[in-house]
Write a protein that binds this ligand. Structure first.
Ligand SMILES: [Zn+2]
Ligand SMILES: [Zn+2]
Length: 382
């Protein structure tokens, strides 16, 4: 999703040193966010980009877990947990206001752009990846996926208010979340700038989540992978993404499936392919060979006179299509193997055969070793 060819270092983005304290990081972000805030830079796309970039850097560095991973592994360390580009990808500016709105305070009345009273906002989607082998892809399997995500803060049950205190009714709007302003002839109803549409104000912010109502958690999810998944396919786990602010519903988790190459089978969609070597005599006279299946083995009848490169198709021995359940085929390509070396007896039989076929063959060629023996024996004779 990231279109930037190279991603800037998060510390560089915020203009802080790698040893900066949480407070310094927050301060640096606030400064950048206010400077590049869309309300201050209308129509300036570059400012929007800088605004997003700063939010992404802040999102990663303000979370101790993510910061530790970023310090060790760079942007790669955040892949999977937050988004494919490393770190959380904010889909639009609203996501940023949702996440860090409290940083701006009421300075911009940010709620106006979001509207709605006591709005319920869904949490962000997350992305993760699993790698499985071809057999597991064929049969389906279960895999554990570890990820860190936001959950509703336990201490304040998502309210953002320190336990023992309650969010208070907003004085500005009287709890309505909306205010009516008269502008000339018009009366315009807008979201309350004081409570940003909540109708409530948290005066004593929760000590764990600082009023955001959310905290990070690391979870291990058992993901069921249906039979037939292929490289590049994606599973969607509804409701396993980030918790939404103000106890909003969770986003979804998208799991990218990767399938490792198999040493024998090649796969094209739900069909399997492999090459079975047989000898010249087997090809001429016909044979039954044992072949591997993705699970177990089978016997394959090769008819007399089978040509090299001929393909025998075993219906229904491929992989199922995860959507339709339709099972593909196994295509066995017959290869005729020519021996590189044959025994003396074997060679004699072949020469007889060549005689029968009246085909021209090279005369027997003495090996280098035989020639060497001849050389020495002639030497001794002299
Ligand atoms: Zn809390
Ligand atoms: Zn209000």
């Amino acid at each position: 999703m990231s279109t930037m060819a190279t991603k800037r270092d998060f510390y560089e983005v915020l203009g802080v040193s790698k040893s900066a304290s949480a407070e310094e990081i927050k301060k640096a972000y606030k400064k950048l966010a206010l400077k590049n805030h869309p309300d201050r830079n209308p129509g300036d796309d570059d400012a929007v980009e800088r605004f997003k970039e700063a939010a992404e850097a802040y999102e990663a560095l303000s979370d101790p877990d993510k910061r530790a991973r970023y310090d060790r592994f760079g942007h790669d360390g955040l892949r999977g947990a937050g988004g494919p580009g490393g770190g959380t990808q904010f889909h639009d500016l609203n996501d940023i206001f949702e996440s860090f709105g409290d940083i701006f305070g009421d300075m911009f009345g940010g709620g106006a752009r979001r509207g709605g009273r006591n709005r319920v906002v869904r949490g962000a989607d997350l992305r993760a990846a699993v790698t499985i082998d071809l057999v597991a892809a064929a049969t389906g399997c279960e895999q554990d996926v570890k990820l860190s995500r936001k959950k509703s803060c336990q201490r304040c049950a998502g309210s953002g208010a320190e336990p023992g205190t309650d969010p208070e009714q907003c004085d500005y709007c009287g709890g309505a979340g909306q205010v009516v302003q008269a502008q000339g002839f018009f009366r315009i109803q807008t979201t309350c700038p004081a409570c940003r549409g909540q109708g409530k104000i948290v005066r004593h912010k929760c000590n764990t989540c600082y009023g955001s109502g959310r905290e990070s958690e690391t979870v291990t999810l058992n993901v069921k992978i249906p039979p037939g998944m292929d490289n590049g396919m994606q599973l969607c786990l509804r409701g396993e993404g980030e918790a939404g602010p103000n106890n909003g519903p969770r986003g979804d988790l998208y799991v990218d499936v990767r399938v490792k190459e198999h040493p024998i089978f090649q796969r094209r969609e739900n069909h399997l392919f492999f090459k079975a070597p047989i000898t010249y005599t087997q090809a001429v006279l016909g044979t039954t060979i044992e072949i591997p299946l993705i699970q177990g083995k089978d016997e394959l009848k090769v008819a007399a006179g089978t040509q090299p490169g001929e393909t025998i198709r075993l219906r229904g021995k491929g992989l199922p299509d995860p959507r339709t359940g339709h099972v593909g085929d196994l295509h066995v390509e017959i290869q005729v193997v020519v021996p590189k070396k044959v025994s003396e007896h074997h060679e004699k039989l072949l020469r007889d055969l060549a005689g029968h076929e009246e085909s021209e063959v090279h005369p027997h060629r003495k090996s280098w070793f035989d020639k060497l023996k001849d050389f020495f024996s002639s030497d001794v004779a002299d």
